[in-house]
Design a protein around this ligand. Sequence first.
Ligand code: MN
Length: 232
Amino acid sequence: MKYAVPVPPTYALAITGSDELFPVNRVYCVGRNYAAHAREMGKDPDRDPPFFFMKPACAVVQASEAETAIPYPPMTANFHHEIELVVTIGKGGRDIPVEQALDHVHGYAVGLDMTRRDLQLDARDKGRPWEFGKSFAQSAPIGPVHPASSVGHLSSAAITLTVNGQPRQSSDIAKLIWSVAESIAYLSRYETLEPGDVIMTGTPEGVGAVVAGDLMRGHIDGLGDIVVRVAA
Ligand code: MN
């Protein structure tokens, strides 16, 4: 097959303890999945059904304990960090029961859902889509994937983010309103999940702005750290 324009790249993540890569298909993100974060965004944290938005595969940037840089994106004056537990899907399916949902998980990683908050809130308040606020290139630095076959499934673990060494976000993934299994089950009723899909499970409270030069360090117990610099 000959293509008329250059074929877009495959985006992929490193897998700990393996020289294989995890190929990124779609990136689903859960909105407002910690009560204290819902409150700081001016919303009631009742257990409404989860809602999702997406990022393109080109949002994914391989991060690690070594410093990785991401650009400060254009058209924003309020670039926010959101530290999140990331789930990689290894086995596809639809209408997945909650009790079987974790069988579809390939692994877990630490990630950042970087957000142009001014654009997101403007869209939200006008009833418009969030794409310009959320769905841009290099907006999702993600660390190496830890296979569930080696680390098991995480139901509680400290999740933290510092900026220039100062604490910004600190919570526990046990506080997810919709658990990993529930999020997979719910999403699979609307869309057939595929191997390579990625789910970013939502951020705890403490989101805030970063500026060029800032150094973010994200951590989840059992999944290590990612260190991400905001470039000029
Ligand atoms: Mn998020």
